[in-house]
Design a protein around this ligand. Structure first.
Ligand SMILES: [Zn+2]
Ligand SMILES: [Zn+2]
Length: 394
């Protein structure tokens, strides 16, 4: 039972956040009624569609590359020339300020699936993890910035947090109206680039908290509900590889294989080539393969050892032998990997030691040279006193 239910008695729900409920409800209602009505009676211009999808992508990529992979997870460092558009277009997605979004998200990772601590735990069902968590004053949804002190040192983050409402209004109402006026299609652009774009960016992002914890494969870990799902990746700018992301959250990639659809990874990589991003963090390939193999072995072991499943397997004894051979091979590979790392550390230590010795030798040589020069001068002075010529220092 969740703390929320315990605090308020079973069945009692916390009060509704009416402002947010109205925002989600009215924008969705507008998309379902005004957009088709306007399309049928007036038609939409090419500019209206173009701005709708351009701004949708600007919002989506700012949430994934900026809010998520940069600010929430610190998977790379970004120049302010990149952080500024991420801050503006991420704010335009109306998913709260960076500070609130990223601190909530860090709690989600830390307490994933924990119904009493994960702000959008998938364990509380599809509706709750998709949108319900934002609609009421849940105990798990309270603002808590204790895990976001680093974020408060970024002036763009604190500025956006202070001026969030003004920024949201200017980008969601002012910008679409301005673009519509410029193209002579005020309401057409407003309805598509303002309204439809907002509802699309809301629900595609929300799918990462809901469906990406319910539908798909778990190739890297089954210790949490996160799934890898290529279909969702198309809708979420590459965030569909959520199983990988939950086990390796410090990696700037979500779709780690070259063929996996992850435009956010490609944008961050391209930005690094242009000097706008640096220190891109990647989990070593060996670690990734290790997780995959461990997961495969776990699955085979479960199939072979579970009586209800193994009963139907032909040649069970041969399968068990095969499994133990594979496990032994895996253990041997892990031991070899540990040895290689040990050797690497030892050689790094030796190199460090060698460098240190070299530097110490140089310092000591200079000191000896200095001592000799000083001594030579002393002896020269002494020689003068003795009236006997001795060589001068170089
Ligand atoms: Zn994350
Ligand atoms: Zn998640």
């Amino acid at each position: 039972m969740s703390t929320d239910s315990l605090n308020k008695g079973v069945g009692a729900l916390p009060p509704i956040k009416w402002g947010i409920a109205l925002l989600f409800g009215l924008t969705l209602a507008g998309v379902l009624t005004l957009v088709p009505w306007y399309g049928l009676t007036h038609g939409f211009s090419g500019w209206a569609w173009a701005w709708c999808f351009l701004l949708l992508y600007a919002n989506g990529m700012s949430i994934t590359c900026g809010y998520h992979r940069l600010w929430a997870h610190r998977t790379y460092r970004a120049h302010w020339g990149l952080r500024l558009p991420f801050m503006i277009f991420g704010g335009m997605a109306l998913q709260n300020s960076i500070l609130i979004w990223a601190t909530d998200h860090r709690r989600h990772h830390q307490h994933v699936d924990h119904n009493d601590q994960d702000p959008y735990s998938a364990g509380r069902g599809f509706w709750f993890s998709h949108i319900g968590w934002m609609l009421r004053h849940w105990e798990t949804g309270r603002n808590d910035f204790s895990n976001g002190r680093d974020l408060m040192e970024d002036p763009l983050v604190t500025w956006q947090h202070r001026h969030y409402v003004a920024l949201a209004i200017a980008t969601n109402i002012g910008l679409p109206l301005l673009l519509g006026w410029l193209h002579g299609d005020l309401w057409g652009v407003f309805l598509l680039a303002g309204l439809l774009r907002l509802v699309l960016i809301h629900h595609t992002t929300f799918l990462i908290n809901s469906l990406a914890h319910m539908w798909g494969a778990r190739p890297y870990t089954d210790t949490n509900s996160a799934r890898d799902n290529g279909w969702l990746a198309f809708l979420t700018y590459g965030e569909g590889y959520h199983n990988f992301h939950h086990i390796f959250e410090r990696d700037y990639r979500n779709g780690v294989r070259w063929w996996q659809w992850d435009p956010s990874k490609w944008l961050i990589f391209a930005a690094s080539r242009l000097g706008l991003a640096s220190q891109l963090k990647r989990v070593p390939d060996v670690t990734i393969h290790k997780a995959r193999v461990a997961m495969q072995l776990k699955r085979v072991e479960a199939a072979v050892t579970c009586p209800s499943r193994s009963r139907h397997l032909p040649d069970l004894e041969r399968l068990k032998e095969h499994l133990s051979a594979e496990m032994a091979a895996f253990q041997a590979t892990l031991a070899e990997w540990a040895r290689v790392r040990e050797e690497r550390m030892a050689s790094a230590r030796e190199r460090l030691l060698a460098r240190w010795e070299e530097a110490r030798f140089r310092d000591r040589t200079r000191e000896i040279e200095r001592n000799l020069k000083v001594q030579c001068r002393r002896l020269s002075r002494l020689a003068t006193e003795l009236s006997g010529p001795l060589p001068q220092p170089a």
